[in-house]
Ligand binder design. Structure first.
Ligand code: ZN
Length: 154
């Protein structure tokens, strides 16, 4: 029961950005304009429990402000949690931009790798060309020898 009411108030606080400041957190003033004070409950049901109350109000009176202080503190913590969430979002955006620049750096690195690979490939091709040229030369010499042998022994 207690947890349910806390959960519902967390949900409502995160959903509604425009909330009445007086109704949220530790109250300072009643709807009637009177400044509220903090008291200690002396009832059998809530002994020693702190509450904020209008001097004209009571726990049963709904027209004047009456609020348990522990609930107000929970609301204050929620506000702090909201602020913390905002800070976390900012941090995650910063991390996202860091990741983006890292990805850009990686892309540049991969381009350099590509260029190095292209240079290596052209070197390979040059070596292949030279080898082919040598083979052609050998083939030509072979043909020449065969022709000479044909001429000599024919
Ligand atoms: Zn009042």
């Amino acid at each position: 029961m207690e947890n349910d009411s806390i959960m519902s108030s967390i949900n409502s606080s995160s959903n509604s950005t425009a909330r009445v400041a007086k109704d949220h957190g530790i109250p300072t003033r009643c709807k009637c304009g009177e400044a509220v004070s903090c008291y200690t409950s002396r009832t059998v049901r809530n002994p020693g429990r702190l509450f904020h109350c209008c001097p004209m109000g009571s726990e049963k009176d709904k027209t004047h402000l009456f609020k348990w202080t522990d609930k107000s503190v929970v609301e204050e913590i929620e506000d702090f949690k909201d602020l913390f969430d905002v800070l976390l979002v900012d941090n995650s955006e910063f991390q996202r931009s860091m990741r983006a620049s890292e990805a850009m750096l990686k892309r540049h690195e991969s381009k350099i790798d590509e260029m190095e690979y292209a240079v290596a490939r052209s070197e390979e091709k040059t070596i292949k060309c030279i080898t082919e040229l040598k083979m052609t030369k050998a083939l030509f010499l072979c043909c020449l020898v065969m022709v000479l042998m044909y001429i000599t022994y024919a």
